[in-house]
Design a protein around this ligand. Structure first.
Ligand SMILES: Nc1ncnc2c1ncn2[C@@H]1O[C@H](COP(=O)(O)OP(=O)(O)OP(=O)(O)O)[C@@H](O)[C@H]1O
Ligand SMILES: O=P(O)(O)OC[C@H]1O[C@H](OP(=O)(O)OP(=O)(O)O)[C@H](O)[C@@H]1O
Ligand SMILES: [Mg+2]
Length: 283
């Protein structure tokens, strides 16, 4: 079977997590900083290491079959590619920001103003939808410096912690869009068996990341309450303990549910609660 090619970021914020995700899928490959292409030894896949901005076009043109890239970059590129899977990392928000002493109350206050951004297409679409007529100054980086230098009255850029805005005397004004890393594919690839196998592996890794394996001990008399609280993938496994009248309950639950339930579990008689990471969940 012909290998598929997947493009991932060569270096930068998405590189490490993209490599880790592929390794967690059981793919075996060398990852030398100097190599721009590597072959997966145990799967029909080659990995191309590219600048993230180039990935949507490579995939649209079919030079790469698949790509891992931020939603912001895909949308800005206007490339015609299929969104195959949200990957849950590289989360950030594209925001409008203004100097901290600016008194804008409404998004309409941007009418007639100038906005510097590396995302002119996304911003243009947003302004059009809001029926705002502003001048867009496309620049390729260090956008936060623009208002201080007199290039623009506002900016539109990626914000994560908000530290860069703060350091440059800016404050967020409105959200334009949110973004996370996405697996994209060239049009017409959906039925490809290598892609189907890869997607199944990726989904099992993502599912496992969101869930925990929980083991706890409880007296048999309190078991009904505990099992009600711990609705897992299926019903929990109940194993008798050496001590008469006690059992161990094994189950798999979403981590976010668990933290909200811990005190209720304890009040219902749970003891010795152990929480373990899961590597993969295949449904
Ligand atoms: N501060 C941030 N926090 C979280 N995610 C971010 C942040 N900044 C960017 N991202 C996401 O990570 C992606 C890659 O960011 P990075 O800064 O590495 O891009 P780059 O400098 O354009 O890299 P390249 O050299 O590949 O062109 C962005 O497109 C975005 O989706
Ligand atoms: O809200 P924060 O956590 O401060 O992150 C926001 C900053 O991160 C990104 O830049 P990056 O640091 O990747 O530099 P770059 O512009 O060279 O890509 C983005 O362009 C912002 O400047
Ligand atoms: Mg880039």
């Amino acid at each position: 079977m012909k290998n598929l090619k997947i493009a991932i970021q060569k270096s930068g914020r998405l590189n490490e997590k993209s490599v880790q995700l592929l390794k967690n899928c059981g793919l075996d490959f060398e990852n030398y900083k100097s190599s721009l292409i590597t072959i997966v030894s145990n799967f029909n896949l080659e990995i191309l290491f590219l600048r993230d901005d180039d990935i949507p076009d490579y995939v649209e043109q079919g030079i790469a079959d698949l790509g891992i890239v931020g939603e912001n970059v895909i949308d800005e590129s206007l490339a015609n590619v299929d969104y195959l899977q949200r990957l849950g990392f590289g989360k950030c928000t594209l925001k409008l920001a203004v100097p901290k002493d600016t008194n804008y109350n409404d998004i309409k206050d941007l009418d007639g103003k100038s906005i510097a951004t590396s995302y002119p297409n996304i911003l243009g679409k947003f302004l059009k939808e809001k029926q705002i007529s502003a001048e867009i100054h496309p620049i390729s980086g260090s956008v936060e410096i623009a208002p201080g230098l007199g290039l623009s009255e506002a900016i539109c850029d990626i914000v994560s912690t908000g530290g860069t805005l703060k350091n440059n005397g800016l404050k967020p004004f409105a959200d334009v869009s949110t973004s996370e890393a996405i697996l994209i594919g060239r049009a017409g690839l959906a039925e490809n068996p290598i892609l189907c196998e890869l997607l199944q592996r990726i989904q099992s890794v993502l599912r496992a990341k969101e869930t925990k394996y929980v083991v706890l001990n409880v007296e048999k008399t309190n078991l009904p309450q505990i099992t009600e609280l711990l609705k897992g993938v299926k019903s929990p496994t109940i194993v008798p303990l050496a001590e008469e009248g006690w059992v161990a309950v094994h189950t798999v639950i979403p981590e976010e549910d668990f933290w909200g339930k811990i005190n209720t579990l304890k009040s219902a008689g749970a003891q010795g609660i152990v929480v373990m990471p899961i590597e993969k969940i295949i449904l």
